[in-house]
Design a protein around this ligand. Structure first.
Ligand code: ZN
Length: 395
């Protein structure tokens, strides 16, 4: 089939107009309704049937199914309709090849490219064997977002209502992002039942501050060990980092309570239960050595994800990016975790990211290149053909 039949329906100027209009609609996390409505309107304008599924009142996810002729695998494109707070971000504008403003790169541009890809297939009368789903979710951006939208989407995947066997998230660098570290925020608390008494009565080696010092030194040693272990080929190495240490209130009163908070990141192959075991072991050991009470808890836990290069969704993306640009795309991993971590671990659906760029997201000069969005739209259209297959084709 002559792919230019499809590509001639991908119009960078139309993508630019829709992206700018989308960015002009504020949809900060928590009040994404207008953003979801814009996406739904765009899909309806292009002739697709859309379901607005209220995840919370006036905060709908958007689901559109493009039925295939049957016999092919189902692919879902996915993105989030919310943005971080607009804050001091540059106002929405067109600047040459760029659309500027909050939510351009992260990630309204990608959602527009996704719609234009599907629309180009329809205008070129390309029917796929498998179903194609175009989906937008709310509640992505932390801390306001609690992943309400991704969780609702996961329910649809698990119940078989959206029976996707692969997901492409339409944001990220212009490379196939196929792995992320797992991560969790840890808090360790140390309590001394003697309370805040005068330190003159206390030998330093029984002071909680002494033991917190030993713990921080142990993190340093563990960090050195991680550095010396072979790193994961895509997303690097495991790590510890500490963001806050609180304890004590006076120069010669015993600091009877300490709280150490930080981030622990781990590579695909290591599981959250191993991380729990690690912190439990640390607390048990320090408790028995120090005679103090040690406890920990984890928050914001994300298991790592990794989509193997041989998976059909990777093959589809690699072939598509190569056909569009003439170059073999890079396959990358990130320390950053995202919705793919959930889709992979909670819905067991292999996921990869492909987007226009990941350079200005969350900054006050967020922007996205129109030519890059057109590139993405071409890659998405081709990837849908490669993954979902053509009717009658032997897959
Ligand atoms: Zn994003």
């Amino acid at each position: 089939m002559d792919i230019n039949r499809v590509f001639r329906h991908i119009d960078p100027e139309a993508i630019a107009r829709d992206t700018l209009a989308f960015v002009e609609v504020a949809s900060e996390t928590g009040s994404e309704g207008p953003g979801s409505a814009f996406l739904a309107g765009l899909l309806e304008r292009e002739g697709f049937d859309v379901e607005m599924a209220d995840v919370e009142p006036e905060r709908p996810n958007v689901y559109a199914r493009i039925a295939g002729s049957g016999g092919g695998p189902t692919l879902a494109f996915n993105g989030h309709t919310d943005t971080i707070p607009i804050g001091n971000s540059a106002s929405p504008a067109r600047d040459g090849d760029w659309i500027v403003g909050r939510g351009t790169e992260d990630m309204k541009g990608g959602l527009v490219a996704m719609v234009h890809a599907a629309s180009a297939l329809r205008k070129a009368n390309v029917t796929l064997a498998g179903d194609l789903w175009l989906t937008g979710v709310i509640g992505h951006e932390a801390p306001e977002g609690k992943k309400e939208g991704p969780k609702h989407f996961i329910q649809q995947l698990r119940s078989g209502k959206i029976p996707a066997s692969a997901i492409i998230i339409v944001e990220g660098p212009c490379a196939i992002w196929a792995a992320s570290l797992g991560s969790a925020i840890f808090t360790i608390e140390v309590r001394d039942d003697r309370g805040p008494i005068h330190t003159i009565k206390i030998p330093y080696e029984t002071n909680p501050a002494y033991w917190v010092g030993r713990l921080l030194t142990e993190f340093q040693v563990r960090e050195e060990q991680f550095k010396n272990q072979p790193a994961h080929p895509l997303c690097g190495r495991q790590l510890y980092n500490v963001g806050a240490v609180h304890g004590g209130d006076y120069m010669n009163r015993l600091p009877a309570f300490f709280k150490i908070t930080g981030t622990r990141r781990w590579t695909p192959g290591v599981s959250l239960s191993q991380i729990h075991a690690e912190f439990q072991e640390i607390c048990n050991r320090y408790a028995s050595q120090s005679g103090l009470r040690w406890s920990y808890f984890l928050e914001g836990e994300r298991e790592p994800f990794e989509t193997p290069p041989g998976h059909p969704i990777m093959q589809a993306l690699i072939a598509s990016a190569r056909e569009v640009s003439g170059q073999t795309p890079e396959i990358i991993g990130m320390g950053l975790t995202g919705d793919a971590n959930f889709y992979h671990n909670d819905a067991r659906v292999h996921t990869a990211y492909y987007g226009p760029a990941h350079q200005t997201a969350h900054s006050d000069h967020e922007r996205v290149s129109i030519s890059q969005l057109a590139h993405c739209a071409r890659v998405y259209a081709l990837a849908a053909i490669h993954y979902c297959g053509k009717p009658g084709a032997v897959s």
